[in-house]
Design a protein around this ligand. Sequence first.
Ligand code: SF4
Length: 148
Amino acid sequence: MKILVSACLLGLACRYDGKPSFNEDLFSLIKNHELVPVCPEQLGGLTTPRNPNEILNGKVLEKNGKDNSKPYIRGAKETLHIAKLLKCDFAILKERSPSCGSTMIYDGTFTSTKVPGNGITAQLLKENGFIVLSEGNLDAISALLNKK
Ligand code: SF4
């Protein structure tokens, strides 16, 4: 299968703090599947490293209130374009990110408080019919991979 994956999970140092979030279980999928690494925040034109952002009232904000919604939306659109162009079967995205989170995100108070919700990219992919799973949901990932 062809799987769109958050690039940081595959070891690319594209996180806001310039570090990766390497996940060995996901990387091992490369033996039997095509993995397509994407970083929506870099695709949206944000720098690495960059200030952390959280979603509050539908906007993506830095702690100082700077509104970064535009690059986040641009990154989401670019990611969707890649997913469609390469005919990805589904996506595995990094939980809690304001772009990639698919079940939980931070609540916009910069206090490490998590709430149910989607990042901007995960939301757009779902709206366009893509299944988006988080890296923590290995059972669901295995179930999808065993379907074909
Ligand atoms: Fe990883 Fe997604 Fe954040 Fe990029 S935007 S660093 S891929 S979680």
